[in-house]
Design a protein around this ligand. Sequence first.
Ligand SMILES: CC(C)(COP(=O)(O)OP(=O)(O)OC[C@H]1O[C@@H](n2cnc3c(N)ncnc32)[C@H](O)[C@@H]1OP(=O)(O)O)[C@@H](O)C(=O)NCCC(=O)NCCS
Length: 328
Amino acid sequence: MNAPTERRTAAFWPADATRRDILARVLREEQSVSELARRYDMSFAAVQKHVAVLERAGLIVKRARGRERVVNAELAMIQRASQLLRAHEHFDQERATDSPDSDDVWRMSVLKIPQPDDVTPSTRGDLTNVRFLKSDVNSPLIEAGDYTYYDDEGAGGRFEEVNVKYLYGPQRLIIGRFTALGPGVTFLMPGGNHPMVGPSTYPFTMFGGTWGDNTLETFMAIEQPADTVVGNDVWIGREATIMPGISIGDGAIIGAHSVVTRNVEPYAIVAGHPARRIRVRFAPEDVQRLMSSRWWDWPIELITEHAATIMAGTPAELTAIDDERRNT
Ligand SMILES: CC(C)(COP(=O)(O)OP(=O)(O)OC[C@H]1O[C@@H](n2cnc3c(N)ncnc32)[C@H](O)[C@@H]1OP(=O)(O)O)[C@@H](O)C(=O)NCCC(=O)NCCS
């Protein structure tokens, strides 16, 4: 468990009604510590201590307002704290029915599953290079699903600069859930394409001025590739390059150092320069099973429970889990 998670765990473990109540109040509106202290049947120092624990856990911030100390929460903290409170509600319901598994429920829903909004979700200190993409990008032209990660190999993030080139729009880069992008994966976007419809590929338009005026309309009329789309549960090996407008289907694998110039079918393995199909991962009926069960869209608790089957079971087993999920 990494240090911030450990501190958050300490803030709530064991479940502490006062801390939860303080947190719920602070999420609603800023509170002064003295106001808070009046609400509880305990000493000022005891309330201060609870506030300090929540502050150290990164769930609230404390500031001076004149001679007062006030506490509030910022957006990221609100999201994190709300998740924790929701998980606690679940935990408390389990406890009310006296379930022997209530501790497991708590641990499973809060302590051990990466939060999709985390940027460096791994609990292993040696894997800070593994970053969830969704919260690590700012461009509205990039969309990534939950749990999709990339490996920045210590570059400090910067996916938009390092891994995506010529992202001038309007074409977008859209990536599904649970997709893994190896180090140095590069997406070339259509913004880097030179005109190829006439005698010259020279990009006159790029220089603006009279060249821009004389060529913009012509340039805009040239057909451009579509969005680049990467499905769910795709694995793209290190240093692979994805050419503009490519679509990669769910469950596909792209070999290291490949250059992908053609769309890739779901569950195909392609490799090389240009990337060619090495083989398909499953028979067509199994691909159909996987595409219908869409394990990546299941609730995260169900995914967590069946992670080993998702990793090493059969498509038919995933269908069975999906059927049961739909029927309950
Ligand atoms: C694509 C990959 C998954 C295929 O693995 P595999 O199924 O075990 O494939 P094999 O080693 O049996 O190779 C099958 C064929 O594909 C070729 N091949 C495999 N990977 C290739 C690659 N990256 N580029 C070009 N050709 C490749 C092999 O030469 C072999 O060709 P042959 O049948 O003519 O002899 C694997 O080679 C790969 O590139 N993995 C990515 C590793 C990586 O980047 N990790 C970083 C962390 S994300």
